[in-house]
Write a protein that binds this ligand. Structure first.
Ligand SMILES: NC(=O)c1ccc[n+]([C@@H]2O[C@H](COP(=O)([O-])OP(=O)(O)OC[C@H]3O[C@@H](n4cnc5c(N)ncnc54)[C@H](OP(=O)(O)O)[C@@H]3O)[C@@H](O)[C@H]2O)c1
Length: 327
């Protein structure tokens, strides 16, 4: 890590890579060193926009560049596992977009590669580091709402035609893995692993789920969760306990504030994010790497494995099957 900056490489220069690069520029300890696309032209343009030292027209060159400290993987879900394992084997640290992988089997290969190579690995579950979310989790864990008995969260947008990644089963398409993992994450963080999972989906002709509704049962609580590519939902989340409730402002996964209701008296908290909000997961990566940790305590390997296990359970219930499941 020369110049005391952590040198980042970004693979897959699509929508999220651009948003991430903008936030990376807000972190003084980070340097965007290299970018890689399947297209040299795209890499050159992206690299020039974000002032990267290297712009590669293939992914392998970035993965094998000795100057790169950590690689942010921003490709569709189907390649999260293979690229993460390749990067970890090349002794790079890895921040990989959500969902961590398509299924548990793939995710466990990723965490194993992190351990085998002694390199940091984290799923880029940025909501975990969102200031509103961390404040809410502290309040819930401190018992301010009493025992939690109900969670309700949705995540639905109407997707425009032509966004083929979202419908292509080979790329991990479908609303559950793209969006449904957020409500599942909320329920998991507050209530843990469910005892029972029920789910039902509507499907595109090709087999990807366009809408999925989930019911998670816990010993003394339930969560009703929803993801959709065909309906714009409220994008809010509510956590209800014996003594009060919290409603997270829309869009709750990137919240800028929340309301606490006790005795139906509302207290409003405003917590604007630095940049879009990817800044916090970037800072967590830096913290872990500089203290030689291969995983974050805030969003650990086990957390990612648990979450993808719950997603696997939802898929089994709803009948969402990917080609890779049959390998
Ligand atoms: N954290 C968040 O808020 C958030 C938001 C959106 C998406 N995501 C996640 O980030 C990942 C990428 O999503 P995105 O919305 O950025 O997708 P996107 O706009 O389609 O970009 C994905 C990029 O991956 C590369 N790629 C490699 N193989 C590909 C293939 N077979 N088909 C299409 N693209 C391929 C392409 O980059 P090159 O052409 O440069 O190689 C493409 O531009 C997904 O896993 C998604 O779940 C996270």
């Amino acid at each position: 890590m020369s110049e005391n900056k952590i040198k980042w490489g970004i693979i897959g220069l699509g929508n999220i890579a651009e948003q991430f690069a903008r936030d990376l520029a807000l972190i003084p300890e980070a340097k965007l060193y290299a970018v890689a696309s399947r297209s040299q032209e795209k890499a050159t343009e992206f690299g020039a926009t974000f002032n990267a030292a290297k712009s590669y027209g293939d992914y392998d060159s970035l993965i094998n560049d000795d100057q790169v400290d950590i690689i942010y993987i921003a490709t569709p879900h189907d390649s999260h596992a293979s690229l993460s394992v390749q990067a970890l084997n090349a002794k790079k640290h890895v921040l990989c977009e959500k969902p961590v992988a398509i299924n548990f089997a793939q995710a466990s290969q990723m965490t194993a590669a992190s351990k085998a190579n002694n390199r940091f690995f984290m799923e880029a579950f940025w909501t975990r580091f969102n200031p509103s979310f961390t404040a809410i989790l502290s309040k819930v864990r401190a018992g301010e709402l009493g025992k939690i008995q109900y969670i309700n969260a949705d995540f639905g947008f109407i997707m425009n035609n032509g966004q083929s990644r979202l419908e292509d089963l080979n790329l991990g398409g479908g609303s559950l893995l793209d969006m449904g993992v957020y409500p599942l994450f909320l329920s998991y963080m507050i209530l843990g692993n469910p005892e029972k999972v029920q789910a039902s989906s509507l499907f595109y002709e090709g087999g990807a789920d366009k809408q999925t509704t989930m019911l998670l049962n816990y010993p003394t609580a339930q969560a009703v969760l929803h993801s959709s590519f065909i309906a714009r939902t409220n994008m809010h989340a509510a956590i209800s306990g014996e003594k009060g409730r919290i409603v997270i402002d829309p869009n709750w996964h990137e919240a800028q504030g929340y309301s606490l209701f006790q005795e139906e008296v509302e207290t409003k908290f405003e917590l604007p994010t630095k940049g879009k909000g990817f800044t916090y997961e970037i800072e967590e990566c830096h913290k872990c790497i500089t203290s030689n940790k291969i995983e974050s305590e805030m969003w650990s390997h086990q957390n990612s494995l648990d979450l993808i296990t719950i997603a696997d359970q939802v898929r089994k219930e709803a009948g969402i099957i990917y080609p890779v499941d049959q390998l």
